[in-house]
Design a protein. Structure first.
Length: 192
């Protein structure tokens, strides 16, 4: 997924994008997200990106369904974190059963319990900085960053209002999760 910032100017000042602006964007197959009033645009993701998202979704969904924990959703699905950060569309997200959206919901108006972003060369800054900061500030309990190039999964846990690295997982290592304790995913199984 190629990520580009679009920041049009209005009388020499940066435009602050709103959800109404987002709703007026063309339905052109691109992925649009607004983070702190800035519009981010992504092209269609690569095979590797989608393969990893599918594997993570399958592992999480099977675990969550077996244990009646909630719901796992993949992008594109809107998450509204605040007035100036909506929508974001995490690659994969988990919401506990007691907070699950109702059938027919167009978006989730709160912080999911866990989000996953699969990093691509064009999305490193967005995933590691922009989304990292906004997910942390929004109170998302757990954030997985998956790096296909390094074939590594980093898991961050919210602790005292800041993300702390729970672990970096490679090869045959089992990914740990506090939100989905006991999930037991082998890191290398996620990569094509």
């Amino acid at each position: 997924m190629t990520v580009a910032l679009i920041t049009p100017t209005v009388t020499n000042r940066q435009k602050v994008w709103t959800y109404n602006d987002y709703l007026a964007l063309p339905d052109d197959g691109k992925r649009y997200e607004i983070i702190k009033g800035v519009l981010f645009v992504g092209n269609a993701p690569s095979y590797d990106h989608q393969y990893i998202c599918g594997e993570i979704f399958a592992e999480m969904r099977n675990f969550v369904k077996k244990n009646h924990l909630g719901v796992v959703i993949t992008a594109p699905f809107e998450v509204h974190l605040s007035q100036d950060t909506r929508p974001v569309q995490p690659d994969v997200l988990f919401i506990r059963a007691e907070r699950q959206p109702i059938s027919g919901a167009k978006f989730f108006n709160d912080a999911p319990d866990l989000v996953v972003e699969v990093i691509l060369p064009s999305s490193v800054r967005v995933d590691r900085h922009d989304k990292f900061d906004v997910y942390e500030q929004s109170g998302i309990t757990e954030y997985w960053l998956v790096d296909p190039k390094a074939r590594m999964v980093e898991v961050y846990i919210l602790s005292g209002g800041e993300y702390a690295l729970l672990g970096q997982y490679l090869g045959e290592e089992i990914i740990e999760s506090q939100v989905l304790a006991g999930i037991g995913v082998v890191a290398q199984s996620l990569f094509a």
